[in-house]
Design a protein around this ligand. Sequence first.
Ligand code: PLP
Length: 423
Amino acid sequence: MNHFEYIDGVLHAEGVSIPEMADKVGTPFFCYSTATLERHYKVYADAFEGLDATVCFAVKANSNQAVLKTLGNLGAGADVVSVGEMRRALRAGIDPAKIIFSGVGKADAEMREALEADIAQINVESIPELVELNRVAIEMGKKARIALRINPHVDAKTHEKIATGKAENKFGIDWTRAIEVYRDAAAMDGIEVTGIAMHIGSQLTDLTPFREAFTRLAGLVEQLRSEGIHIRNLDLGGGLGIAYQGETPPLPDAYGQMVRETVGHLGCHITLEPGRLIAGNAGIMVSRVMYIKDGEAKRFVILDAAMNDLIRPTLYSAYHEIIPVEEQGEEDVQATVDVVGPVCETGDTFGKDRKLPDDLKAGDLVAVMSAGAYGAVMSSTYNTRALTPEVLVKGNNFAIVRPRQEIDQLINMDQIPAWLGNE
Ligand SMILES: *Cc1c(COP(=O)(O)O)cnc(C)c1O
């Protein structure tokens, strides 16, 4: 459920009308709903009631500090994959004791900063990384609390670019080698083994792969215990999918029940890292129609947003619902159109063969739905287009939480070397 609805025929985010925001902010822009973020977080967190669990929001899904603070105020921790994300989480006031550092390759400087900040846990994904972290920790006179990220060799049955738990994926340590790596880790002076971590993929719409992976994980924990290696934190990752196009992913309650059944008996603290589920449907991208182009074979609706603003359709062939901001009547004639951006790439297409009002015209607004996760965070400045602003709504108020970048700000970052004549 989200809080983007038509009120008197005009799309609103909670109590604020989209055209009102568009007038003040310009287009395109990302718009997030506080009520939806809060609701998603609460429904998810409630699914683990009775378990000793911490929900660490996956910052890579949406790293705006206003979003992080909204969730942090409800008790969320953060799962970060770079030192930049860690700084954002800390600045948003998230307790270091609730920050987990994941990711396939952490640089020395990142390890150092994480140890300095005394975050809860660093998830290690390979033996060389473990050796390096040990070295850095010893140098600093510290012990790094770690989990090993284990790759359970489970097919998440999701888009190939966001499946992470198969043998051929770059993520984690093969589960068949886990015991020996844990033995090595336990013998390292700079390492304190605290946990075990998994994240098998994103946008999963079925519980079966999770169940398989967590069952495997529980077996490992028991095996490790019999070897005297005490695992106290289970990090189960994120990955629960959302509805983009009528999918019916399992509800958080069913997921929570499955977690109880597979790992509940181990008596461990549980960390969860949802990203998409919290933020995906809590955000939209608002764009203005620039031109309607009636081609030979097709009608194109050309937006002022492009693939640099929201790359998911281009990158993952992802589906995003696109709706007119002015509500269409039941009787109104619809046209079948391709919705595209102005960037010079055929891939710059938001949707093919979509139904939009036949009388949609230049200047009208449309909303690209489900753009709250992996939207603004993945945007770029391709075609020298400035980064898109982000707006957060709460009730009848809204605030710009990232202003539009000035194009000159962007251009001024280039430096001409002296040999080219740098006046
Ligand atoms: C991306 C990622 C997540 C979040 O995944 P969602 O599908 O957005 O829930 C959680 N944990 C790790 C380690 C990740 O890489």
